[in-house]
Design a protein around this ligand. Structure first.
Ligand code: BGC
Length: 424
């Protein structure tokens, strides 16, 4: 009896495998998923980011009541899981209608493997040519072809802090690394965890390190690291690694079991004083109904005043989607003032468009808008803009080992070894 069931199950499995192979080779779902909806692929599932996406979809569905959206978000900050799912689908010829991708190296990997369609016509049609900052357009273009539409600008070099803890302990937000350690020592002496980290997925630790690099090297040398113009064994990089090591002495014990939002939560709850995170954490705080300047404060990460670590989420048109017209309709809303002003105030980001309405944004975002205009702009490594994924993967591995072993020489050696990936 058992055997019979085994054979039956095997037949069933084979049959379902054949069926699924058929659907993927026939182009299958392409831009509309099986339910006929437009499939928007992202990793926005946490508080703030998920709210922003929902608000954007709402604007779209109001304008296009006949078109329904499938919000195909895959959980995992910074795309930890979504990027792997996307890669499998793209390679299998089953792209989502459109997908979240960081401007810079991450998008260019899809462009270079001939998976994306240029959108210059959409820019022209909507009069967008002068509506986005040049720097952003450069991050989504190759050979004068524009391959995506930026929906937001996030800042990566932000230190968020709990206002009450700082006020109760008469502390000033730290501007330098020396300040940071003085503040951290005082907090530690009071039994308060100085720095919240959530490196269950490793990228928040990589982010912490890249912000130290920016502070110690300055924007030009920081940028030159990723183009081969700056060595990884310089005194400044070594000093950055030493500072990183020292900072890791001030974090919460349960850091490796927390995601980014769980670390932000520690600061919200007054269980830790500071958190270095991209400003999607501001969106997260908004979703908790916390107010900037009242419940939480912020400052550039130490010694990076005047610099703006840029992270931009963009969406494009993959090759092989069936109903391009519908996808373009969604992208039109995503690139519109209305779409961006619905999305960004909830997301914690500032609009990618230069003509959005500042009155819709809170004090944190107004400050970020002002800085974006005047600061030196630098690309984030941890968020896929500065260097190819193969390099980032190796750096993430090195950071992972460093967080537990704290061996500076070994870490510098791993960064040097990984840098061969930068030349590919
Ligand atoms: C994205 C943000 C997102 C964050 C956390 C970053 O890589 O650019 O939009 O909120 O990851 O998920």
């Amino acid at each position: 009896m058992k055997k019979k069931w085994g054979i039956f199950a095997a037949i069933l499995l084979t049959f379902s495998m054949i069926l699924s192979a058929c659907s993927s080779t026939s182009g299958g779902s392409s831009d509309k998923d099986k339910s006929g909806k437009l499939e928007i692929f992202s990793w926005w599932t946490a508080g703030g980011e998920a709210d922003g996406l929902k608000a954007l979809i709402k604007v779209f569905e109001k304008k296009q009541p006949d078109l329904k959206v499938n919000n195909a978000a895959v959980a995992g900050g910074a795309g930890t899981n979504a990027k792997a799912v996307l890669a499998t689908r793209m390679q299998g010829g089953d792209p989502p209608s459109t997908f979240q991708v960081h401007g810079g190296a991450e998008l260019m990997a899809w462009v270079n493997s001939d998976k994306m369609q240029p959108l210059n016509d959409l820019y022209k049609k909507n009069g967008w040519d002068d509506k986005f900052p040049k720097e952003l357009i450069n991050m989504v273009s190759k050979d004068s072809k524009i391959y995506a539409i930026p929906v937001d600008i996030h800042r990566g070099n932000v230190l968020f802090y709990n206002k009450k803890i700082f006020e109760d302990n008469h502390l000033e937000a730290p501007k330098t690394f020396d300040d940071f350690f003085k503040v951290a020592d005082k907090l530690k002496a009071k039994g308060i965890t100085p720095l919240a980290l959530g490196d269950k997925e490793i990228w928040p630790a990589t982010m912490l390190f890249e912000n130290i690099l920016l502070g110690k090297l300055g924007p030009d040398k920081y940028k030159a690291l990723w183009t081969g113009g700056e060595p990884f064994d310089s005194p400044e990089v070594k000093e950055s690694a030493e500072i990183f090591k020292k900072m890791l002495g001030y974090i919460n014990d349960d850091h490796s079991s927390r995601a980014w939002q769980d670390a932000s939560q520690l600061v919200a709850d007054g269980k830790a004083a500071m958190n270095v995170m991209g400003d999607w954490a501001a969106g997260y705080y908004t979703s908790l109904n916390l107010k900037p300047n009242k419940d939480y404060g912020w400052i550039e990460t130490p010694e990076s005043d005047g610099d703006f670590m840029v992270i931009t989420d963009t969406f494009g048109l993959p090759k092989g989607v069936k109903n391009e017209g519908d996808v373009k309709k969604f992208l039109t809303v995503l690139g519109s003032v209305e779409g961006q002003d619905a999305f960004n105030p909830l997301k914690g980001s500032i609009p990618a468009r230069t003509d959005a309405d500042p009155s819709k944004y809170d004090d944190y975002s107004k400050d970020a808008m002002k800085d974006f205009k005047s600061d030196a702009l630098t690309p984030s490594l941890a968020h896929g803009s500065a260097a190819p994924e193969s390099y980032l993967t190796k750096v993430n591995q090195a950071v992972n080992i460093f967080v537990t072993q704290k061996n500076v020489d070994q870490f510098i050696q791993s960064l040097k070894d990984a840098s061969s990936e930068l030349k590919k």
